[in-house]
Structures are given as C-alpha cells and as structure tokens.
Write a protein that binds this ligand. Structure first.
Ligand SMILES: [Mn+2]
Length: 463
C-alpha cells in the first residue's frame, strides 16, 4: 500500500524540430506524452526528469505548450514532478531564468539545483516558499538533484558523499551525467558514484541517449526519440520503478518508447560507371530495405510489458483503473496516425568510384527516397572515394606515426566535404587544438571561444 513508485525519464528534447520537420517536432512531443500517459496509467507517485526536458534554452511557445500540457495532466492526476536541468535546458551562465525555472515557479515541477558557498557545495533543503533547494524530502523518499555539472561532476559527486547524511528514506539522486564517458562534458567515474552507496539507493541519470544500468542502482533510460539518427540501435524509453515499503532495493523495468522507425542502409557504390548509376543503386537498396523492414511496432519491442508481469503490476493497476480507463494505451494525441508511419532513412554511401563522388546528386536522391520510398526524411552520408584518390587512411598507415595519421585523416575528411577544402589546414589545426584542450580539461566555454574565433575569421575572409 505505501510502496513508492516513480517513472524516470530523461532527454526528452522537447522543441527539437529535427530536419526542420513539423512532424519531428510532434514526435518529440508525443514521446513526452507517452511518458505522461504511462505515469498516469501506472498511478505512480512521481515523475522524475533527469535533464534535457527541452532541446535548447530558448524555446518557442508551442514547446512550452507541450510541456505545460503534459505536466498539468500529471499534476491533476496527483503525480508530483521532480526535475533537474541538463546541458540543453540549463540557463546561460550566471542567469537563473531558464524555462525550467519558470515551470518550477509555476508549480508544474520541483526543480532541484546545487548551491555553493565559497566554491564548496552546500546541501540546501527544499524551500517551498522560495521554490528552490537541492534536497526534497517527501514521505518515505528523499530526492537530491545536482543537474548538469560539466567537467565538475566527478568532484561534486565526491563532495556529496561527504555531505549527505544517511537516511531511512529511499534516496534518489538525479544527475545529468555519463558514467565513465565524456569525462569533460558531464562524465563521472563509477568509483566516485560508488562512494554514495548506502546514502543513495537509485541514481536517476540522463545525458547518454541509449539505455544502460549499472549494479542495480544506477539507471539511464535513454532519450525516447532519436536526437541523432545514429542512436536508432540503442534501447530507449523510461524506467518504471517500484520500491516496497521500508525497502532500499528498487524494482525497475524499462518501457520502450514508441518512436519513429529509422532505416539505415549501407550502399557500396564501387563499380558504378557514373554518378547516376550510383544513385540508382542507392535507391534500389533503400527500396529493398523498406520492403524488408519488419512491420513497425515502434521502438525496441515489448520486453517492458513482459517484465512488468514479473511483479504483476499490470494486473494490479488494471484492476484499480476506473471503468472506461485504458491502462497503458494512453490518450490519443494529434497526428497519432503517423506515429509509427513513415520512417527516417539514413544512407551510408561508400566504395570507390571512377568519378568525383560529389557529382552524385544526393539532394535529388534524398527527394526520391521521400517521394518514391515513403520515407519521412532521408539523410545521405557520402563517404565514397574517387579511384586513385588518397583514401582517408593511407596504405602506408602502419609506417606513419599517430600524429601524422591523425593529420592526414582529418585533412582528407575536411577536404572531401568540398566547401571547406580552402580552409582544410586551418580546420585540421583547430580540430587538433580542440582535442588537446578537451583532454587537458578545458571548459566548454573556452573551447567554444576557440571555434568561434576561427569561424569569425573564415566568415570575414569569405566576404
Ligand atoms: Mn540530451
């Protein structure tokens, strides 16, 4: 009866109009509404948003409308939302007025943030009047929210281990960070998190867009939609979590999000006599892949529901549902019909051809994949190489040292992109400087300044 339950989501990226397509904007909204529907249908106590509710800091009114619609539905269902900011929706440095802050002020969610005194973290209990704090305590549960801390996250997590008192309450840490990855952009070492064992019972992560979990207490649900098409093989969705009264052990099941299918096709253009033939070959390959594709079930399969049966949650909730209420199916949303409809297509064009690969009309190919194959959008990655051209990795690679090899590969990639070949040397130098700076632990701001400086120079010289 007094068991605790919550739905853990992250990286919803509301407002992302991918490829400038209205339909993609709606896809990200629908993924959020699916999470809201799940939370309401399962009658959870809390919705946890582990960062990147929004795709960017400045959102438009329609994005705010989506967010408010979902959060208001939760509020009316008696579900409290606890959230942190991610790197995408964080307010600009020194400015606290993010849209997450606005939603917090309006009571749609409780936004937890870290606080500092003289450079050291202090744990500020949630203040309902000021609507701010790091630690929110509710009956039987304690939420600690650190948000996105960039290169500092590892240090702050270790600080937290010294600050957080033990508690009888089940403790959830919300963190927008990656375990043992992207160390300068939100990466945290697993051993640093391990120092929180016994103090924290569930680490609710966001940031990495594919699902992973560690040790039965660290969970990352994966962005429910594909922010980048390369994510399509990852598992994505939400964690439905239940904790029995007095227990410190979370029972978590992953629910796959219903998302737009992605079809990825590798095309070897080798042997094509001319650009048109290569394009026809690609089109043929896409047609075949589209025809062979399994009927769209949307997302990563139905393992979530099967696992749920393990603790008979479905039956229990179904029995408790009001007459006429559909459990799990959710409310109908506009344009639901296209939800699992036309896929996004990515074509990786490779091989060696007897003509300059930029002569292949990829624009036209994209149009035809949409027009003739029923794709919502097509993205072509043209990595084909002209016969006799230096391949990206030269034959004598084994004899080159790492530095020289890196230089050659970068130079090749930039020169191949066509419009930047004039600047290839400078761009290679920039890429290598950025790499060195990142390894040395430079801040995102200083790296951004480097890139901006060169971009300015190029724009001026192009005039
Ligand atoms: Mn994200």
């Amino acid at each position: 009866m007094a068991a605790l339950s919550f739905l853990h989501v992250a990286d919803l990226h509301l407002g992302f109009q991918q490829y400038n397509l209205e339909e993609r904007f709606e896809d990200f909204g629908r993924a959020f509404f699916q999470a809201v529907d799940e939370a309401v249908a399962r009658k959870v106590d809390y919705l946890l948003i582990a960062g990147d509710l929004f795709n960017k800091r400045t959102i438009n009114s329609r994005t705010l409308d989506q967010a408010v619609a979902g959060l208001d539905r939760l509020r009316r269902a008696g579900i409290e939302t606890v959230a942190i900011e991610g790197n995408h929706d964080k307010a600009p440095y020194g400015d606290r007025d993010s849209w997450m802050w606005f939603l917090n002020r309006q009571g749609y969610l409780n936004l937890l943030t870290p606080f500092y005194e003289e450079g050291r973290m202090v744990l500020k209990p949630w203040d309902e009047d000021r609507r701010e704090g790091t630690v929110l305590v509710r009956r039987g549960v304690r939420f600690v929210g650190l948000g996105y801390l960039g290169a500092m996250v590892d240090q702050r997590v270790r600080e937290l281990a010294g600050l957080l008192p033990p508690s009888d309450a089940f403790t959830v840490l919300l963190l927008h960070g990656a375990v043992d990855r992207m160390m300068h952009f939100g990466g945290v070492r697993r051993e640093s998190l391990e120092a929180l064992r016994g103090l924290v019972d569930y680490v609710a992560l966001g940031h990495i867009h594919g699902r992973y979990e560690i040790g039965g207490w660290i969970f990352n649900p994966g962005a429910p939609e594909c922010w980048d098409l390369s994510e399509h093989r990852a598992e994505k969705g939400f964690y439905l979590v239940r904790v029995e009264e007095g227990s410190k052990v979370p029972a978590a099941v992953h629910i796959a999000s219903r998302r737009r299918p992605v079809v990825e096709v590798a095309v070897d253009a080798s042997g094509a006599a001319d650009p048109d033939q290569a394009v026809e070959r690609a089109l043929e390959a896409v047609r075949g892949a589209m025809a062979n594709r399994a009927p769209a079930t949307g997302g990563g399969g139905g393992t979530g529901a099967e696992q749920l049966n393990l603790f008979a949650w479905v039956e229990e909730v179904s029995a408790a549902a009001a007459p006429g209420e559909t459990v799990g199916a959710g409310e109908a949303h506009p344009a639901e019909g296209d939800r699992c409809g036309r896929p996004l297509v990515r074509v990786n064009l490779g091989g060696t051809v007897p003509f300059n690969p930029v002569q292949m009309d990829v624009r036209r190919l994209e149009e035809r994949i949409v027009g003739e194959c029923g794709a919502l959008f097509a993205e072509i990655v043209n990595d084909a190489v002209m016969e006799g051209d230096d391949p990206a990795i030269p034959g004598e690679a084994a004899e080159l040292d790492r530095e020289e090899l890196e230089h050659r590969v970068l130079h090749h990639l930039i020169a191949q992109a066509g419009r930047y070949d004039r600047w290839a040397e400078e761009l290679v130098r920039l890429a290598r400087t950025v790499k060195a700076q990142v390894i040395a632990g430079a801040s995102e701001e200083s790296v951004a300044m480097l890139i901006e400086a060169l971009a300015r120079k190029l724009v001026e010289e192009e005039r």
